[in-house]
Design a protein around this ligand. Structure first.
Ligand code: DON
Length: 304
């Protein structure tokens, strides 16, 4: 019944978004992302049955950027368990994703695993005792298994483009090193981090990869941990826009500066949306609007 309603709804959302002229601003601080066509829009929904419905540019690859932080967090928790929380907090930051402010005030312990500083600490934690290529191999294996798709890869040009302009992230890493919260040379940690962010996926692949977070698909993470990752996505997944996303959508989500959002309706759907233009908080403008409509029309909310 629900599935019958879903495909026409996705088509309607894609048509509505195609007709919208206020599309936000494509990120320019990573030079390769500035080249992406702001007219793109894709949406895909993976259901517990394994069926994936989609509309628009749902088969085009885009840079998942900060959405990769969900997968590295899952790997880090699997490897370190609660010890990870000695190095990174679990509170919303109320500040931009790349802010440096709190890091000094809070002794080099980032607020949460989704702000850049926190994600860099998480990557540094899984890098310890390994080579960057091993960590990236493990991450790709995890994502390919989650999505059931061996084509998923890293876009080297995007990684190099971010690496060349990563001054702010290097500053965050070096400050954490100064405070004793970095275990590897910052160039290794940042090198790994920019490659994880440069993973390219389509909406269909991303929705499929998110199935483990709605409690379906391959069992990659224990249910108790899935609940906690979703809690963090809800509170911190959209940075200083997390409260608004929770208010408007009512589902855990993680955005990326490439314009993607992965959003989870527990036990119901794994949703991926992509529109490259961002709002003033660095989250996809039309992506957010699309998920808002979808969640409302389908009655998906963790608060029901
Ligand atoms: O570190 C950065 O700035 C990027 N690689 C990722 C930031 C990002 O995706 C923020 N999300 N909206």
């Amino acid at each position: 019944m629900e599935t019958l309603k879903l495909q026409p709804l996705l088509d309607e959302i894609a048509a509505r978004m195609a007709a919208t002229s206020e599309r936000g601003q494509v990120a320019t601080y990573i030079p390769d992302l500035a080249k992406i066509d702001p007219a793109r829009f894709g949406i895909a929904v993976a259901l517990p049955s394994g069926q994936i419905l989609s509309a628009g540019d749902a088969d085009l690859g885009f840079s998942i950027q900060s959405i990769s932080k969900v997968f590295t967090l899952a790997i880090a928790l699997g490897r370190l368990g609660d010890q990870l929380w000695a190095r990174v907090g679990r509170e919303p930051s109320g500040l931009a994703f790349n802010s440096i402010l709190q890091l000094e005030q809070e002794n080099g312990i980032p607020r949460n695993p989704f702000v850049n500083a926190g994600a860099i600490a998480v990557t540094d934690a899984i890098l310890q005792g390994h080579q960057p290529r091993e960590v990236l191999g493990e991450l790709l294996r995890f994502i390919r298994l989650a999505a059931d798709d061996d084509e998923i890869h890293i876009n080297e040009a995007v990684a190099r483009s971010e690496q060349a302009t990563a001054h702010r992230n290097i500053a965050l890493a070096e400050f954490m090193a100064a405070m004793g919260n970095l275990r590897n040379p910052s160039e290794l940690t940042i090198g790994t981090y920019v490659h994880q962010c440069a993973i390219e996926m389509s909406c269909r692949q991303l929705a499929s990869a998110g199935r483990f977070l709605m409690g379906a698909g391959p069992r990659l993470v224990a249910p108790a941990r899935i609940r906690r990752i979703n809690a963090l996505m809800m509170m911190c997944g959209h940075y200083d826009g997390s409260g608004e996303f929770a208010y408007q959508v009512g589902l855990p989500g993680k955005s990326g500066v490439g314009g993607g959002i992965l959003c989870i309706a527990p036990n119901e759907a794994s949703i991926a949306v992509w529109s490259p233009g961002l709002n003033h908080r660095g989250n996809s403008k039309l992506g957010t609007e699309a998920i808002e409509i979808l969640a409302r029309e389908m009655g998906w909310s963790v608060f029901d």
